[in-house]
Design a protein. Structure first.
Length: 328
């Protein structure tokens, strides 16, 4: 710090004020100090600062084992980027299981690192119940909607996305549309199922029972063999793109053409979706914007600031070649 001060022609106290974002520093002085830090490749010692300020500048993420899937991984990457931009470390605790003991162990891991706030990427109600039960005393938010803790939610509108996917198939003339659900302990999966049902009912169409999936292509393939063996099924809305990929495999084995015999819609718009053959119609979520809002809200709570609660982020239907009009 003294080397930076010497190069910038200021006191080491001024360098400290710049590092800590003190508002009284003139812009020209701040720029000179930052330039000197960059030239000397100086980085503040966060551990030492934590001893002085009694703050860890660390956000914790509590993630379920299924967080290895595209949506949660994208959320975690975006959270880390947003946290870093705000000057915070991000540490992740993966839940080996969703038992009360497993959740408590994950929370204890984060608390032991003195995190200043927690973001939950997991089946939210049971996790948030445990946060309340053990008395976690830091702010927390969840990237899911529809929990019993609405004041702690930020999410993409899953119901709206599912309704858009289902409405697209209905508008193409399909009436026998089946939904391949995700695991319904995940609030996103339950919300997508609810959106599908709402749109079918609004159109006056029968709602067949939705087979339950587990987010994997293997389960999409297994369910697809059963679903697509019925020639009356002309459209399937899968709760994520990986399961849609499994449906493609099943359709190929059964000799059913996509989209000639059956239209398929997914959810998430994984990077590979545009390269399925045919390219997959799907619902895109803006994980970067969701993470940015989440981190901003959490940091506001950490700092004791009150900010307007943003609404849910609206997803976007991406129409590609896996869907077409019935009998077109």
């Amino acid at each position: 710090m003294r080397d930076v001060a010497r190069l910038a022609g200021v006191s080491h106290q001024t360098v400290s004020r710049v590092i800590n974002g003190h508002p009284s520093i003139r812009d020209t002085t701040r720029d000179r100090v930052l330039s000197a830090m960059d030239e000397l490749r100086y980085r503040p010692n966060r551990a030492a600062r934590a001893l002085v300020t009694a703050r860890s500048n660390t956000i914790g993420v509590l993630a379920a084992s299924a967080a290895a899937l595209y949506g949660p991984v994208s959320s975690m990457g975006a959270i880390q980027d947003a946290g870093r931009e705000a000057g915070y470390y991000v540490t992740v605790a993966h839940l080996g299981d969703l038992s009360a003991d497993g959740i408590a162990a994950g929370l204890e891991h984060l608390i032991a690192q003195a995190v200043e706030g927690i973001i939950v990427i997991a089946p939210a109600d049971r996790v948030l119940d445990e946060i309340v039960a053990i008395g976690v005393d830091v702010p927390y938010v969840t990237l899911q909607a529809g929990t019993a803790y609405a004041e702690n939610e930020l999410s993409v509108d899953q119901v709206a996305g599912a309704r858009a996917a289902t409405r697209h198939l209905i508008d193409l003339g399909h009436t026998n549309i089946v939904h391949l659900s995700g695991p319904t302990e995940w609030i996103e999966a339950f919300a997508r199922l609810r959106g599908y049902e709402q749109e079918m009912i609004a159109a006056g169409l029968p709602v067949p029972e939705a087979p339950r999936g587990d987010w994997t292509a293997a389960r999409g393939y297994e369910a697809g063999l059963a679903l697509l063996a019925d020639p009356a099924v002309t459209a399937v809305f899968a709760s994520n793109d990986q399961m849609a990929l499994g449906l493609y495999h099943a359709a190929h084995e059964l000799g059913r053409d996509i989209p000639g015999d059956v239209s398929v819609v997914g959810f998430d718009d994984i990077p590979e979706a545009a390269h399925f053959w045919p390219p997959l119609t799907t619902v895109r979520q803006d994980f970067t914007e969701l993470a940015r809002r989440c981190v901003a809200r959490l940091l506001a709570e950490i700092d004791g600031r009150t900010e307007p609660t943003p609404g849910n982020i609206q997803p976007e239907l991406i129409v590609r070649a896996s869907t077409r009009a019935l009998h077109a």
